[in-house]
Design a protein around this ligand. Structure first.
Ligand code: CP
Length: 357
């Protein structure tokens, strides 16, 4: 069984295969219109979504398969207290592959422990969003022709932004990637990512307080929304929400060959006068999301039949509690598991550092 919970569940070779299939789908769409006939995708969305859920739906429909599921957990037996793992055991009776979005971090990983069909993480809390990352990689490849030797500016909510965390993990596996981090101090990238990813891998990064002084250096400007739903203090949200706005005046300082990406939805962070700039790639990025999800569904169903494509469950079950109150291991009957990576002990579900050990 192969699942996609984190971008690093795929090797660089597997990512290249998925991107190649997506590019072939774009070039030869009619050849793929029937390849998933008789297969069913379940979309289990416990948190709101437009792009991810509908692009998964469109992807399976364009492959000739069918889709079932829920867009609001309140309309399902989750509202009666059914756990993630029991829900997945039930959906296994109805579907061949499952895409799950959940506000609780680690919920899709907990699902893999009981599932007889592939699980795709469609976003879990502030933790990870690997299919957005696959979308971003395909978009970068199509806009700039390469995934190597790129300087990527990450703007906005780098603390809670799961798309940012997943993109960093993915891009550090390509040659000579550099990052510029542009955020208010309240929304800075978590120290553990700077330490465990950048410092451990020797990836160059710098931080900036404004877009203007760095926009001329970047090949990709990755804008993000400040996510109101992740704040417990709404005054703090009001203080930081409009910190960094990209507009046409700032775009005049950018390289001629660069691309602006945004996982969307946007609120105020990209002015509409940027939309007509040929370097504004965020709506092309949305369509790439459908193509890459088509490729991912195909490859996961194909890999399910192959030997040697096992999903690696990490860590060791322990009786200690994860320090993150939003972790699945604290909210549902899921046994806490931890792993030691280079001397740092982390919860396998949400990656929170477990200082108590
Ligand atoms: N990019 C993204 O995840 O969008 P949705 O929340 O609309 O799915």
């Amino acid at each position: 069984m192969k699942h996609l919970i984190d971008p690093t569940d795929l090797s660089v070779q597997e990512i290249s295969e998925i991107i190649a299939v997506a590019e072939d789908i774009i070039a030869n769409r009619e050849q793929y219109s029937d390849v998933c006939r008789g297969k069913k995708l379940a979309t289990l969305f416990y948190e709101p979504s437009t792009r991810t859920r509908l692009s998964f739906t469109a992807a399976m429909m364009e492959l000739g398969g069918n889709v079932l599921g829920f867009a609001d957990a309140k309309s399902s037996s989750v509202s009666k207290g059914e756990t993630v793992q029991d829900t997945v055991r039930v959906i296994n009776c109805f579907a061949d592959i499952i895409a799950m979005r959940h506000k609780v971090e680690g919920a899709p990983l907990a699902a893999t422990e009981v599932s007889s069909t592939p699980i795709i993480n469609a976003g879990d809390g502030s933790h990870s969003h690997p299919t957005q990352t696959m979308t971003d990689l395909l978009t970068i490849k199509r806009e700039l022709g390469t995934l190597n030797n790129l300087t990527i500016g990450l703007v906005g909510d780098l603390k809670y932004g799961r798309t940012v965390h997943s993109l960093i993990k993915a891009m550090t596996r390509y040659e000579n990637t550099k990052f510029v981090l542009i955020s208010p101090p309240e929304l800075a990238l978590p120290d553990y990512i700077k330490r465990d990813v950048f410092d451990r891998l020797g990836v160059e990064y710098r931080e900036s307080n404004d877009i203007e002084s760095v926009i001329g250096d970047v090949d990709i400007l990755y804008m993000t929304r400040v996510q109101q739903e992740r704040f417990t203090d709404l005054d703090e949200y009001e203080r930081v929400k409009d910190c960094f706005v990209l507009d046409a005046a700032k775009m005049r300082l950018a390289k001629e060959r660069m691309a602006v990406l945004h996982p969307l939805p946007r609120v105020n962070e990209i002015a509409i006068d940027v939309d007509t700039d040929p370097r504004a790639a965020y709506f092309r990025q949305v369509e790439n999301g459908k193509f890459v999800r088509m490729a991912l569904i195909l490859k996961l169903l194909q890999w399910q039949k192959e030997d040697g494509k096992e999903f690696q469950q990490h860590g060791e079950a322990m009786s200690c509690k994860c320090p993150n109150p939003l972790c699945i291991s604290n909210l549902e009957p899921v046994r806490p598991r931890f792993e030691n990576v280079d001397g740092v002990v982390r919860c396998v579900y949400c990656e929170s550092q477990a200082d108590f050990l």
